[in-house]
Design a binder for this molecule. Sequence first.
Ligand code: ADP
Length: 453
Amino acid sequence: MKSPITRKITLIIILISFGSILISGLFINFSLNRQFQKYLSRVETARENQVINILAQIYLENGGWPQHPTLLGMGRDFFLERLFYITDADGNVVLYTRMGMLRRNQRPDLLKPRPIVIGEKTVGTAYFGKSPMENVLTQQNVLFRRTINRSILLSIIVTGLISFVVAILFGRRLANPIRAMNRTAKAMAKGNLDTRVRDLPRDELGQLGESLNTLADSLKYVQTLRQQMTANVAHDLRTPLATIQSHLEGMIDDVIPASNDNLESLLDEVKRLSGLVEDLQEIAQADQAIHRFTLEPIDLEEFLSVLINKKTPLFAEKGLNLQFVSTGPVQLTGDRKSLNKIMDNLLSNAHKYTAPGGQVTVTLSHTPDNVHIEVADTGIGISETDLPYIFERFYRTDQSRNRESGGFGLGLTIVKELVEALGGTISVQSQPGKGSTFTITFTCPSSEGDHPS
Ligand code: ADP
């Protein structure tokens, strides 16, 4: 028993079993004794009553007590064995027994007086001594109690041994998962996030162990994410920075002309970098849950139609038809800036990944409980293998990575984080070669005064 917790559990179990045997032993002992005493006193009183009746009979038969103290010997000795003497109403001894004579020196305060009543009149008092029967019974009682006590002692020893074995086994069973969790927590604190607690019991301790495992999973996930993020940011910064650097060096060395075209292409790279920094800032805010939303009632139908009108020329430039379909006006309490960002990212993806001649449709609809905004395109679609990951940070499909127009893989991450921060959900359906549909759902339309965040 090296572990203090096993020792403690064992000790507690042993103490509890010892204590309960001891308490129940004492209790049995006490109540048996009481019953015995009650029984004895009932027997004694019954016998005394019999004697008192006989004495009353004697009184009546003789028309009173003898004038002088007289020895009572009427062959009824068995009944009279405990009777010492009888006094009349004035306290003078009128009758005495052989026992009374033999034990003349008995202290009167050790005798038990019982009144002899005839009709309503007390005609005398009978004095009884201790019953010899009582002695016998008391001896039996003592013997009985001794046997009980011996059995109690024996059961304490036997139960003690059993509870010791049970306590050790049980204590180990109870302490093992605690020790395992302790080891895992210490390993985690040292940075080893691969250890897990195994063979967990199906109780609160097991749940605690599972929580610890989940914590390790999350920490591992965050660690991986952080490593990936740093690597991705470094990678995404390197290419545009290298381009800018080589171009600027070329211009300084007069190898590359500082023409408007060249400067504009450099400006594009700088803008792309600014975009990346902005996206990273947005994600950092989401991580710290410090979005500063300005919640206000928004007429979604109007909001979307204005936005789409603004975007239509850009889509038309690429030969895309951008269309807005609405089933009617919908009020939503939300943050305009965030909704703008969400729609901007979704529409910019639809624009990027749909070939000229394609169709992009934004549909606004609602049920009594939900508002749906759908962005559907007839673009390149997303393969089934990529679909589960597209909302992850820096995730880009191979198709998009090979394109020049591809972003940094942060757009959908930001969309998802903003939608969720506003209390909504986002889902996607896509078929490669046919197109993709992103659906945002906000619950509780604010026409009833609620807002989704
Ligand atoms: P990016 O900035 O690279 O577009 P996103 O996070 O917005 O990053 O999207 C992640 C990936 O999901 C993209 O690289 C692209 O492969 C895919 N994707 C997103 N939207 C669409 C779409 N409408 N059609 C096809 N593929 C899409």
